[in-house]
Design a protein around this ligand. Structure first.
Ligand SMILES: Cc1cc2nc3c(=O)[nH]c(=O)nc-3n(C[C@H](O)[C@H](O)[C@H](O)COP(=O)(O)OP(=O)(O)OC[C@H]3O[C@@H](n4cnc5c(N)ncnc54)[C@H](O)[C@@H]3O)c2cc1C
Length: 438
């Protein structure tokens, strides 16, 4: 064992749930270490905060996320929103907006809240309900779109402007498809490479000029979400100015540029508040005394390290991230602490149903928790994000809302247990630095 480190709280997982919990705890002066096997889903997802877009079984999108939270909670008392409550979700979204505004990407901002869903354009030309998104997306709000140009970039092979435009047209929005070259060193580039290319003022100037001559009399222009990693606000503003009309981003396949921006902002907020992030560390074992976890160990690059903390936050995700697994007898298991699960189909019932888009019997499975998100069977472990049972995020369009709000809520409960003052809303409050390793 290489060494042992102590903290008030160890957060396991660096997705938006784990980082939200860790930042809030660090902001009240707690010594926090985040341990993560890798980056969370944040870098794959579009960077939108979907809070409640649909009620499963009802085809129409929800106009109000607040109402969606209330209805999801009323349908199922075990739903994370029934435990968290709409007010905490609203606070968490406001906190995120402030954290982005105070972050390292000058001018980059999020807009929205839980009162009204926006409907924003996806890569397939669908209009997806979301509560909060970067302002580089919000000019694509469906209510304001009439005559729109959708622009693809030849080097980005997975974005099909015509497919997007055709589906928008089918939804009653006049849409045309265009292709505009963006100079890169390679013919086939990733979203991240293209975003870095647009951070260069010369490249974006040339791109803006070509764009201006391609998009005709459209009233707004939609482009894949590649508008800069370091200077996204400058890229978005300059294109809007040069074209003389609103420009909006459209999500792409992973890796996600806006997701990467959000992840960078959250990691920066953690460092600023004095927290530590140890990436590339998988928790492989733990010790417990009765109902308390006393120590965990990680396998960092072949040299194990152990961590001791008063409290642990389990924010390891769900089946998608390996936090939950199924063995060959179809038994589900929580991988880090072997905690009891809830939301499982009853013994002998099918684990899967045939229809790909139907609700799968295992999709509500997660770690069993009490009202304060404390794990059943481990009194100093709190659970946040996709590890929680009771929701079907991809059907509800609730994944990021649950992750963010549960991380925020867990931090508030833990701050109380640690005797710390409630964290201020702004992300600026810094505790003494402990040598962040992010
Ligand atoms: C491609 C994609 C697109 C998505 N699109 C949307 C969308 O449009 N809207 C939306 O709301 N949601 C979307 N989501 C879902 C949303 O991103 C997740 O619901 C949410 O991010 C879950 O966050 P989390 O923090 O709970 O878990 P995750 O982000 O999955 O993070 C889990 C973390 O735990 C770590 N970990 C796991 N096991 C261990 C271990 N043993 N030791 C140490 N670390 C461990 C992982 O490395 C990771 O850091 C999408 C997800 C994906 C993958």
């Amino acid at each position: 064992m290489r060494g042992s480190r102590r903290a008030d709280a160890v957060v396991i997982g660096a997705g938006s749930a784990g980082l939200a919990a860790a930042i809030r705890l660090a902001q009240v002066g707690a010594r926090v270490i985040v341990i993560a096997a890798g980056s969370g889903s944040t870098r794959l997802a579009p960077g939108w905060i979907d809070v409640a877009g649909y009620l499963p079984g009802e085809p129409s999108p929800l106009a109000s996320p607040r109402r969606g939270i209330e209805r999801l909670a009323a349908r199922r008392p075990e739903h994370p929103y029934a435990l968290i409550g709409a007010e905490v979700v609203a606070e968490a979204v406001r906190w995120l907006i402030q954290t982005v505004a105070a972050g390292p990407l000058a001018g980059y901002a999020y807009a929205g809240g839980i009162e009204a869903n926006m409907r924003l354009v996806t890569a397939l030309g669908a209009l997806k309900p979301t509560a909060c998104a970067p302002t580089s997306f919000t000019a694509g709000e469906a209510a304001t779109l009439h005559r729109v140009a959708i622009v693809g970039v030849p080097a980005l092979r997975d974005f099909h402007a015509k497919l997007c435009a055709d589906n928008l047209a089918a939804a009653g929005i006049e849409a045309s498809a265009h292709s505009v070259a963006l100079e890169t060193s390679r013919a086939d580039a990733s979203t991240l490479e293209l975003a870095r290319a647009l951070d260069d003022p010369r490249t974006r100037g040339a791109f803006a000029a070509r764009l201006a001559s391609a998009v005709g009399a459209s009233e707004a222009v939609g482009v894949p979400a590649i508008l800069g990693l370091r200077e996204p606000h400058a890229v978005h503003a300059e294109l809007g100015q040069r074209l003389g009309r609103p420009v909006f981003e459209i999500p792409t396949l992973p890796p996600s540029v806006p997701g990467t921006r959000l992840d960078e902002i959250l990691r920066h907020a953690l460092r600023t508040a004095g927290g530590t992030l140890v990436l590339g560390s998988r928790v492989v074992s733990h010790e417990r005394s009765g109902e308390r976890i006393t120590r965990i160990a990680t396998d960092t690059a072949g040299s194990p390290t152990s961590y001791e903390a008063e409290h642990y936050v389990l924010a390891t995700g769900g089946f998608h991230s390996g936090a939950l697994s199924l063995d060959s007898h179809w038994r589900a298991r929580e991988e880090v602490f072997g905690l009891p699960l809830a939301g499982l189909p009853r013994e002998g019932a099918p684990r899967f149903v045939e229809g790909y888009f139907d609700e799968q019997p295992l999709s509500r499975a997660g770690v069993a928790v009490g009202d304060d998100l404390r794990a059943v069977g481990a009194e100093n472990v709190f659970v946040a994000g996709a590890s929680l049972p009771g929701a079907v995020p991809w059907r509800e369009a609730s994944g990021e809302g649950i992750a963010l709000a549960s991380g925020y809520r867990v931090a508030a409960v833990l701050a109380g247990e640690l005797g710390a003052a409630p964290a201020p809303q702004s992300s600026g409050a810094a505790a003494p630095a402990e040598g962040a390793t992010a």
